[in-house]
Design a protein around this ligand. Structure first.
Ligand code: 5GP
Ligand code: ZN
Length: 125
């Protein structure tokens, strides 16, 4: 097994349900291992989530064997940024991880955020 998979959590995982089309959602990108779709609560004109089809909880659960997957998620984000014409002005890529990282959905996801100049606020609550 190349990474931690949990059938219990994947059954109730909202992003697994989106991958399986149990919750209808248009994909802006799809390949054999990744899908991408718009965030339901966008914080900027472009806000896309790039996720692995396989249930992986967070960056903490990534294994060495997942390095190609992780790299492909970043390359998918780059490709979407170019397609959506935000490459030149730039964008933010964000992996929230765990409680202190503010991760709310426990299925690995990469935020692609752009289309406007973004505030940078990183401080303890
Ligand atoms: P996190 O805080 O875990 O990094 O980000 C989770 C993101 O998932 C949030 O930006 C939230 O708006 C988004 N989200 C949560 N539930 C859904 C959903 O059902 N559909 C979509 N498209 N986005 C969701
Ligand atoms: Zn999942």
């Amino acid at each position: 097994m190349s990474s931690v998979t949990c059938q219990m959590s994947s059954a109730s995982c909202i992003f697994c349900q989106i991958v399986k089309k149990e919750i209808p959602k248009d994909f802006v990108y799809e390949d054999s291992e990744i899908v991408a779709f718009e965030d339901i609560h966008p914080v900027a004109p472009v806000h896309i989530l790039i996720i692995p089809k396989r249930h992986i909880e967070s960056v903490n659960e990534l294994q060495k064997e997942d390095r190609e997957l992780a790299g492909n998620m970043i390359l998918a984000a780059k490709g979407l940024a170019r397609k959506l014409k935000i490459s030149q002005d730039g964008y933010k890529l964000l992996f929230r991880t765990g409680k202190h990282g503010g991760q709310e959905v426990e299925h690995l996801h990469l935020h692609l955020i752009g289309g406007a100049k973004l505030y940078e606020e990183i401080r303890p609550i």
